[in-house]
Design a protein around this ligand. Structure first.
Ligand code: ASP
Length: 457
C-alpha cells in the first residue's frame, strides 16, 4: 500500500489507508479517543479506542485505518477533510515529542522572533509558515516554467568569487591555500551574467543567492537574499520590462487568483515625477489600501550618478555597469555628471522596490571612464575589473537585465510583515542565523591553517 497525504484520502471512503504524521491534538473521551492527525497537506480526524490515549501532542505516528464518511451533523466545514474521519485499525508511535517551547496553532506574530528563529523547525510547523513555504516553491516553479518556455537557460555561477560592487560591503572568506588572500561572496551575479552574454548564452536566468553585509535593519533578513536574476542579449529596455511584466502577471493569475493587479500594463513613471509626486523612487500608486490589490509601476530615467558626501566621490545609483542614456552621453563629456540619466528601470509594488535592472555598458572605454568618474584609478580599474574589460574586447553583444527581489515580492503578495516570514531559515535582523546561531568562534587550528590571528576587542 502506498503512503497517502491526508488530503488525498478524501475520496477514499470505505478504503483502508496508511497515514504518517504528527498528533496535532487529542480529545480523550475515555472509551473513544479523537486525534487530529497532521501532515504537510492538512489535518484529519482519527477515531479509536483508549489505546490511542497513550499518544501525546506532536508525537510522530503511523496509522492504518479505514476512511469513513461522517454523518451529516458531524461534518466539520472548517476542515478540508471535514466530511470524513479515519477509524484506526492499528497504529505505531514512531517518535515521542517533548512539550513544545511555544504554541504552533496560532499565527505566531506575538511571539518573540528570536525564540521563533531559535526553534524555526517548530515555527515552520504552523499553518501560516507552511503556506508561505508552499507559495515560495509554487512561484519559483512557475518562474522556471515561464522562463524555460521563453528559451532561457538556468546557469549557476560561483559563490566563492571576487568582489562585485552593488553598493554594499562584501562578506569575505579567507583562503587556506593562498594565505592572506580572500574570496568575496557575490553581492549579485552581475559580472558573471554579463560574461555569459559574452559567451553567447543570450538568455540567462538564475534563482541566485546574493550576499550583502549591510547594517541590520528591522525590515530585512540580514546577510543574504534571493533574486530571480535575468540577463538577455540583443534587447531594449522595453523588451526586458515586457518580459518581466508578462511573467509576473501570468504567475499571479495562476498562483494567486484572488489578487487583483491594479493597472495593466504597469504604469511607467519617470524618476523626477516619482520624486515630485510621491516623494520616493518606489511609489505606492494605490488610492486605498485593499489587501488584495497589487499596484505595480515601473520607475525609469534614474540619474546615473549621485554624489556621496561621505565618500567624497560620485557613486552609481544602480551599479557601475549600467549604461547612461545615449542622449545624455554629451553631459558625460562635459563633466556634468549630475545631468546624466541611466538606462535603468526599477519595479515598485505597493511602495516596495521589487526589481531593478538596466541596459549595460558594452564599450570598454566608456566602462573604464565610468569607473574613473567613480573615483577608481586606472590601475585600480585594471586590477578589479580588467577581466570584464578584456572580455568586452572579444565581441560583446548589446545586453541588459534585471533582478527581482524574490523574498520582498513574496512578502508583499502574501501581505506578510517582514521578508523573514517568507524565508525558511532567515537570520535575525541583528545578524544571528536561525537555529544554529552563527557567527561563531572557530578553533585555533582552523585559524592557524588560514594564517589568521584574531584581535580580541
Ligand atoms: N545586479 C543588479 C542587482 O542586484 C540587478 C541587475 O542590474 O540586473 O540589483
Amino acid at each position: 500500500m502506498k503512503r497517502y497525504f491526508i488530503t488525498d484520502i478524501i475520496n477514499k471512503v470505505d478504503q483502508e489507508v496508511e497515514l504518517y504524521g504528527w498528533v496535532n491534538s487529542i480529545r480523550d473521551h475515555k472509551k473513544v479517543v479523537f486525534i487530529d492527525l497532521r501532515d504537510r497537506s492538512g489535518l484529519v480526524q482519527l477515531v479509536g479506542d483508549e489505546s490511542l490515549s497513550k499518544l501525546s501532542v506532536e508525537d510522530v505516528v503511523y496509522i492504518k485505518g479505514k476512511v469513513k464518511k461522517r454523518p451529516q451533523h458531524l461534518v466539520n466545514p472548517n476542515l478540508e477533510t471535514g466530511e470524513i474521519e479515519v477509524e484506526v485499525v492499528s497504529f505505531e508511535k514512531l517518535s515521542s515529542a517533548d512539550v513544545l517551547p511555544f504554541n504552533i496553532s496560532d499565527l505566531g506574530y506575538d511571539l518573540d522572533e528570536q525564540i521563533r528563529l531559535k526553534y524555526r523547525y517548530l515555527d515552520l510547523r504552523r499553518d501560516r509558515m507552511k503556506r508561505n513555504l508552499f507559495y515560495r516553491q509554487r512561484v519559483l516553479s512557475e518562474v522556471r516554467k515561464f522562463l524555460a518556455s521563453r528559451q532561457f537557460w538556468e546557469v549557476d555561477t560561483p559563490i566563492l568569487t571576487k568582489s562585485t560592487p552593488e553598493g554594499a560591503r562584501d562578506f569575505i572568506v579567507p583562503s587556506r591555500l593562498k594565505k592572506g588572500k580572500f574570496y568575496a561572496l557575490p553581492q549579485s551575479p552581475q559580472q558573471y551574467k554579463q560574461l555569459l552574454m559574452v559567451a553567447g548564452v543570450e538568455r540567462y536566468f538564475q534563482i541566485a543567492r546574493c550576499f550583502r553585509d549591510e547594517d541590520p535593519r528591522a525590515d530585512r533578513a540580514y546577510g543574504e537574499f534571493t533574486q530571480i536574476d535575468i540577463e538577455m542579449s540583443f534587447v531594449t529596455q522595453e523588451d526586458i520590462r515586457r518580459l518581466v511584466e508578462q511573467m509576473i502577471i501570468e504567475i499571479i493569475e495562476k498562483v494567486f487568483p484572488e489578487k487583483k493587479i491594479l493597472q495593466v500594463p504597469f504604469p511607467i513613471i519617470d524618476y523626477q515625477t516619482a520624486i515630485k509626486k510621491y516623494n520616493t523612487d518606489r511609489p505606492d500608486i494605490r488610492e486605498s489600501k485593499d489587501e488584495n490589490v497589487l499596484a505595480f509601476c515601473w520607475v525609469v530615467d534614474f540619474p546615473a550618478f549621485e554624489w556621496s558626501d561621505e565618500e567624497k566621490r560620485w557613486t552609481a545609483v544602480h551599479h557601475p555597469f549600467t549604461s547612461p542614456k545615449k542622449e545624455d552621453l554629451k553631459y558625460l563629456e562635459q563633466g556634468e555628471y549630475d545631468k546624466v540619466r541611466a538606462d535603468q528601470y526599477d519595479l515598485a509594488l505597493n511602495g516596495f522596490e521589487v526589481a531593478g535592472g538596466s541596459i549595460r555598458i558594452t564599450d570598454p572605454n566608456l566602462q573604464s571612464k565610468i569607473f574613473q568618474i567613480m573615483g577608481h584609478s586606472e590601475a585600480d580599474v585594471k586590477k578589479k575589473f580588467g577581466h570584464l574589460l578584456k572580455a568586452f574586447s572579444y565581441g560583446v553583444p548589446p545586453h541588459g537585465g534585471i533582478a527581482i527581489g524574490f523574498d520582498r515580492l513574496l512578502q508583499v503578495i502574501l501581505n506578510e510583515r517582514s521578508v523573514r516570514e517568507v524565508i525558511a531559515f532567515p537570520a535575525t535582523s541583528g545578524g544571528v542565523t536561525a537555529v544554529m546561531s552563527a557567527p561563531d568562534k572557530v578553533s585555533d587550528e582552523q585559524l592557524k591553517e588560514l594564517g589568521i590571528a584574531v584581535i580580541e576587542e
